[in-house]
Design a protein around this ligand. Sequence first.
Ligand code: PEP
Ligand code: MN
Length: 337
Amino acid sequence: MIVVIKNDAPQEKVDELKQMLEGYGVTLNLSVGTHSTVIGLLGDTSAIDADLIAAQDIVEAVKRVQEPYKKANRKFHPENTVINIKPGVDIGGKSLAVIAGPCSVESEEQIIEVAKRVKAAGANFLRGGAFKPRTSPYSFQGLKAEGLELLKIARRETGLPIVTEIMSVEHLPLFEDVDIIQVGARNMQNFEMLKELGKIDKPILLKRGLANTIEELLMSAEYIMSGGNENVILCERGIRTFETYTRNTLDISAVPVLKRLSHLPVIVDPSHAGGLPWLVEPLTKAAIAVGADGVMIEVHNNPKKALSDGAQSLTPDQFDNVMKMVKKYAAIGDRTI
Ligand code: PEP
Ligand code: MN
């Protein structure tokens, strides 16, 4: 971190500031020029409040030269993280994860039918929401614990590992036998929940918040990782912009940016990003082309009758077509599904 001192700062104020900075346990490197004085802070500055320093009278500017996240930072972990989900199934590295399934688990028949179809098409994970974060309290809220049981039945039938969203830390015991716990966009900054998820060792799929920056997403990953759980998968699912044609705006550049800043696997959710079934294929193509470690796609056996997100869900036949393209792209990139 670099602190630029104002020209006319009296010496005793500079000394006071130096004392304040030394209180953070960092080493100071002072360079006094004819026009300004610059203090370099050496050491761990991640816990320092840069805004508090900038608010001091004699401070002209403060600049962070190091990111405030450590565990998630590629600088301290240059190799890509590969998360092993079960023998022979990884997320990250050469693997291309295809997580597919309905927005919500609705019934045993529905989840088993969709699971069988997405498996036959080549998906390697089954998704399905049991606890649903809905904008309206009058909308379907999910089958909750029963939904989790139905997912497990679908896993037994197909062998596909299951991915499902947690909405409250109180429900954590119910998720013991889930393969990947999803933290949805609306809970990306539920810090108390992130801390609890840091205490377990189950992989966490962390979705980017609707209006959160890339750095905020990485700081949320840091919450989980600093608790000891380093099995975090990041997910770009579109952000809020002024554009209304699509449900959200897929921030495709977030993928290479996240891969540059962090060693964690990054996947893309083209269903929630575009909100339109026909956009799933081109956005999936883009995601693979820019280096995503996988995609998460909503598939429903009867989208018109879906209890949530039917408007963006693919039919199993449409998913079959998307998978043909995914397999072609995976082969070009020497990726395994
Ligand atoms: C979902 O995956 O169904 C979901 C609710 O996603 P998001 O949190 O990205 O809106
Ligand atoms: Mn959904």
